[in-house]
Design a protein around this ligand. Sequence first.
Ligand code: PHE
Length: 361
Amino acid sequence: MARESEASPDATLRAAPFGAAELADAQSEALTRIEAATDLASLEEAERQAVGKRSHFAGLYQQLRAFEPSERKDAGQRLQKVRRRLDEAITAKRAELTAAERVGRLAADRLDLTEVLPAARQGHLHLVTRVREELEDVFVGMGYEIAEGPEIETDWYNFQALNIPVDHPARSSVDTFFVEAAEAETLLLRTHTSPVQIHLLERRELPIYAVVPGLVYRRDTPDATHLPAFHQLEGLVVDRGVSFGDLAGTIETFVHAIFGETVRSRLRPAYFPFTEPSAEFEISCMICDGSGCRTCAGTGWIELGGCGMVHPAVFEATDVDPEEWTGFAFGFGIDRLAIMRHGIADLRSFIENDVRFLEQF
Ligand code: PHE
């Protein structure tokens, strides 16, 4: 034990040996400093003050020499024990602060893209996208699959395989965007979704019940009823014993699902190279309910798209046996359907990105 009263003769030049109370004080003082550290920098400072060269605790080591040799070992051991206690506290505190700083850094770096700020306006899908999804739902409900095809096509898929002859006006470069990557006028932006009929028939697992939504491109100047890039929905059904009546019934069914039961549909003879017979399908004008107005040019009817029975030449191009299989196809503009249903005056509103227009739907 340290002697507080009775110093050895040569101890007068040295500090007095420490007692149990002083050691306990030094320990709790150091622990308090360590505990008080709030970050790694202040822990380093606390460590320096608690056990550094100039610390009260380091001073106690100096005092060891003031002990009687017989007591020095014991005093040294007590000092070591405190030192270990302090080192443990520092290590534990460092681990705690390191973890806390990591959590803090992660929190600061956090970028929550799903966060909805109360003050911000919430967006929604574009009307054309919503109408497309609605159409998909209607056809999925009728047992159709949703298919896709490439927007860059070859002349074969976009025209030839669809029985569109070389001199057909639809092939002219007046209407078609060609891609310059390949030999002149061999690659193009599809002008309709009908080439996907060919892809589906080639991938053929008959029967086919598919609808194909997608972008198509035509060299048109944008105006109220034309956009150079717009959306179509193609339908293709190939099965045994499919009739024109099935086609008419399918169109009537989806028209009712999209426009409501009061709107009627009808077919009018038309011509498409890849269907025979072909028809245009029209719906009764929902502005005047068929009595004739400006929107329907006084006819009471609005044209929606084209359709018909798959032409034998298309089956031939894709090696499908026309003796066994028959089919029908239809196609129409999704954007046009959307402006009709929502009474929108101008197709260009869809691409102008004016939020005052877009947020109405
Ligand atoms: N592809 C034609 C068009 O873009 C529409 C159509 C599709 C017609 C399928 C008949 C059958 O005008």
